[in-house]
Design a protein. Structure first.
Length: 478
């Protein structure tokens, strides 16, 4: 009945046409996600439903529990070292292999998510992560624990880009930034909860209890995801799968209509779309700019997380004070993660990312200057450390928003996964580089190196050509 050319929106959306509510044309800076995505257009025209809120809530819950489990090892490490009578150096493979797994999982799992769907990957990786975490409680040596942590990291790495893609494809464009920000905030929340649980559990049940709790909680959530989580509507339409109408009716049951959204014309018989690849000439600038952003931000963030406490003590701070600064650091990161996501929804990602990246450069550069002083101000060092954590937390959340916005449905999970992999690799590099700088030179040079990475982050943000555009007041607020 319909050709592959232009089709009126009301005919695509319903058998019984209703008056069309026209949305303003998307900005020119977002070509990748607005071409040929009638499902996204339909979602944009409707108010938020309970199902959409459920999707965001469940994805945030998954990241809270997985963030909790991932950081359990750092809290349990002193007890494990004492139990197994091993040194930090001998134990390091159990720590390092987690990030290698996250890097590989992000790339491979993201591609599978674009092939098989978001939900199967989310359910599978959640169960795999849970089983590996529970198994850590039974580990009796470093090689066994390292192998299990490698699996944990790979499962989490594969889960994250699919969670981001699912949230992006269920939410209207006007709320996409806030939704992904809320989702990513689950990771620092999980880390803080993990600290509280570890303090209670280790003393009573030993370090094994941490892994049991950290594994069984996401396992229970995995069954809930399997039972109630919907598949991505845009992915379902692109892959010409049955059930799209049922998905949309489930989200908006009060609309008495039959939803008919034909798949995009470039869908091939085997379900693979021509736009499903990210390594194309059209994506070249986007790839380079985003990978530069993720690499440099990952280098700075992981460097500060892994070696920040050591750098602070090297500048003269008491160890207890340096450790204590981790609490406001994480609070600032969480606050900026949520705040930046909501501000970007109104003003777009370009101005917000550039502002936060530039202030990160200032905070880290000033920390380097203070590091040159023989008696640096404790208050000044602490304030800059907390500020840098907040700024980088906001940037990290918006880079995920930006990646989910920049790639189309066919390659969204792959695109986010590739960016995440680049960020993980830079974290591995900064882990080695930070230790080398602090052990051979000085904390001042350590902070100067992180500030230099933040400068290139600014460059990458300026080069990015698919920023999420600003939204006019009153547009899409229904």
């Amino acid at each position: 009945m319909f050709g592959t050319g232009s089709v009126p929106l009301c005919l695509m959306a319903r058998v019984r046409c209703m008056p069309e509510r026209r949305m303003p044309a998307p900005a020119a800076s977002s070509p990748a996600i607005t071409r040929g995505d009638p499902v996204a257009d339909l979602i944009d025209e409707r108010s938020l439903s309970r199902l959409q809120i459920l999707v965001v809530g469940m994805m945030a819950a998954i990241l809270v529990l997985e963030g909790l489990s991932l950081q359990m090892l750092s809290y349990a490490t002193p007890a494990i070292l004492a139990d197994w009578q091993v040194t930090e150096l001998e134990f390091s493979p159990a720590v390092g292999l987690t990030k290698f797994g996250m890097a590989a999982g992000a790339l491979i799992g993201a591609k599978f998510g674009d092939w098989w769907g978001r939900k199967p990957l989310l359910v599978g990786t959640t169960f795999l992560f849970s089983i590996a975490t529970v198994s850590c409680a039974a580990a009796g040596d470093v090689p066994t624990l390292a192998a299990l942590r490698l699996v944990e990291g790979a499962a989490f790495g594969a889960c994250f880009p699919n969670a981001a893609a699912l949230v992006a494809e269920w939410m209207p464009r006007r709320a996409r930034s806030q939704a992904i920000g809320i989702m990513t905030a689950g990771i620092p929340v999980g880390g803080m909860l993990g600290a509280v649980i570890a303090m209670i559990v280790i003393e009573r049940w030993g370090w094994q209890g941490c892994f049991l709790i950290g594994g069984f909680l996401p396992m229970a959530l995995g069954f809930l995801v399997l039972w109630s989580m919907p598949e991505s509507p845009s992915w379902t339409a692109r892959r010409a799968k049955a059930g799209l109408s049922a998905l949309l009716v489930r989200a908006w049951p009060k609309e008495d209509s039959s939803w008919v959204v034909p798949p995009a014309p470039d869908v091939q018989k085997n379900g693979v779309t021509k736009a499903g690849r990210i390594l194309t000439k059209a994506n070249a600038r986007t790839n380079i700019a985003l990978w530069l952003c993720f690499f440099m931000n990952g280098f700075a963030v992981n460097g500060l997380i892994l070696w920040g406490t050591t750098a602070l003590t090297g500048m003269g701070l008491d160890l207890k004070v340096a450790i204590g600064l981790g609490v406001p650091y994480n609070i600032a990161s969480l606050a900026f993660t949520l705040g930046a996501s909501f501000v970007a929804a109104r003003f777009g990602t370009r101005i917000v990312v550039l502002t936060l990246a530039a202030t990160t450069v200032v905070a880290l550069a000033m920390s380097a200057v203070l590091g040159l002083s023989e008696t640096p101000s404790t208050i000044g060092i602490g304030a800059l450390y907390i500020a840098a954590g907040g700024f980088m937390g906001g940037v990290q959340a918006l880079l995920v928003v930006l990646a989910a916005h920049a790639y189309p449905t066919e390659s969204r999970s792959t695109g986010v996964g590739a960016c995440s992999t680049v960020g993980r690799v830079s974290g591995i590099i900064s882990g080695f580089a930070g230790g080398a700088v602090l052990s051979t030179v000085s904390p001042a040079l350590f902070f100067a190196a992180l500030a230099g990475a933040a400068v290139f982050l600014v460059v990458g943000a300026m080069l990015t050509d698919r920023h999420m555009p600003a939204r006019s007041p009153g547009i899409g607020t229904s």
